[in-house]
Write a protein that binds this ligand. Structure first.
Ligand SMILES: [Zn+2]
Length: 346
């Protein structure tokens, strides 16, 4: 368990900073080598502004990251005498090995931005490593969370979309360019709904928060889900995933049935991944964790039925993430630490 403390404490080993850049907010943490969180800072992620323009938006994004760094580093540097701290940043989208955000449907004004170089420049040359946000969350859960004791795990973050990260044979899979782990865009229905990535029927259109909202609105328009529609203020079109989870937690059977349907789609993708990767465990995290917890039994049943050779192989466990919203920032700090060790040749 990680100790979160804003008080001055004994720092164990080098400190690294991690920033998780979300669509609406950034969370920054300072981490020492024992995994203790020494400081925590939150700032809003700048939203695009027509007045500021694209270059202005990009500058605002880098400026917000620099602000997180300076607020985290200030007290640590004065007490430790360090001249700089390595910085890891997790961002939504495809990040190449050089730290450039190549494709970012969920942070469009950041697309093409060389975050590693530009943030490093802004910080006066401090080392900056940039990685995909879900890959960072995977590193966090693998180091200190639900996947801490497995060599092969896949993290599945269920939010508005689905992010992922793959640990295989004891290391994080990054692929030829650093883009590996985009599990949310595995197509499960070529004639399905359109995805922000430009294709149809991606897994994240079904087994995510937005997928849950869509499944629920379809049911509501067909005259079902009375309790859920009431929670949404009486308008079937206003139904969101959180209304379903709320009603199901309160024992509403119709709402639970929608969650079971969501769970079936989740199980379908997990079984595909398990068949390809021979993983030992899945770690399910993100905003939909509570929804999944409610239907974990039917998810396990559906998952088992879809596994190849299910009776002839060890069980693949489906675990719930344990670091919550801090996983990405913790992982980003660890990615920076790993980079530092690689540079030092140790
Ligand atoms: Zn897609």
């Amino acid at each position: 368990v990680l100790a979160v403390s804003r008080r001055r404490r004994t720092v164990k080993g080098p400190v690294t900073l991690g920033i998780d850049v979300g669509g609406t907010k950034m969370l920054g943490l300072a981490l020492d080598t024992s995994g203790a969180v020494l400081g925590e800072v939150r700032v809003p992620t700048p939203s695009p502004s027509a007045i500021r323009g694209l270059e202005g938006d990009r500058n605002a994004l880098l400026e917000a990251m620099a602000e997180v760094v300076s607020r985290l580093a200030g007290p640590l540097r004065s007490s430790s005498g360090l001249s700089y701290l390595p910085v890891g940043v997790g961002v939504p989208g495809l990040v190449d090995d050089a730290g450039v955000l190549r494709f970012a449907p969920n942070l469009p004004f950041g697309q093409g931005l060389d975050i590693a170089s530009l943030l490093s420049e802004r910080l006066g040359g401090w080392p900056v490593v940039v990685d995909n946000d879900a890959t960072c969350a995977t590193v966090g859960e693998w180091a200190y969370g639900a996947a801490a004791r497995v060599s092969d795990a896949v993290m599945v973050t269920l939010g508005t979309g689905i992010g992922g990260g793959i640990v295989s044979e004891g290391r994080v899979l990054r692929g030829a360019n650093g883009f590996a782990g985009e599990i949310g865009h595995m197509v499960v229905d070529p004639s399905g709904p359109v995805c922000p990535c430009g294709r149809r029927g991606c897994w994240e259109r079904y087994a995510s928060g937005s997928g849950l909202g869509r499944l629920a609105r379809e049911a509501a328009h067909a005259g079902h889900l009375a309790a859920v529609v009431r929670l949404a203020g009486g308008d079937p079109e206003a139904v969101r995933g959180e209304h379903v989870t709320q009603a199901a937690s309160a024992g509403d059977a119709d709402a639970r049935a929608v969650l079971v349907e969501l769970g079936w789609w989740l199980a379908l993708g997990l079984a595909n991944l398990a068949n390809i990767l021979d993983t030992a465990a899945f770690v399910v995290g993100g905003g939909l964790v509570e929804a999944v917890r409610l239907v974990l039994d039917p998810v396990n049943v559906a998952f088992g039925e879809m596994m190849e050779g299910r009776h002839q192989r060890p069980e693949v466990r489906i675990l719930l993430a344990s670091l919550g919203e801090t996983a990405g920032a913790i992982g980003a700090a660890l990615v920076a630490a790993e980079y530092g060790r690689r540079k030092a040749g140790t």
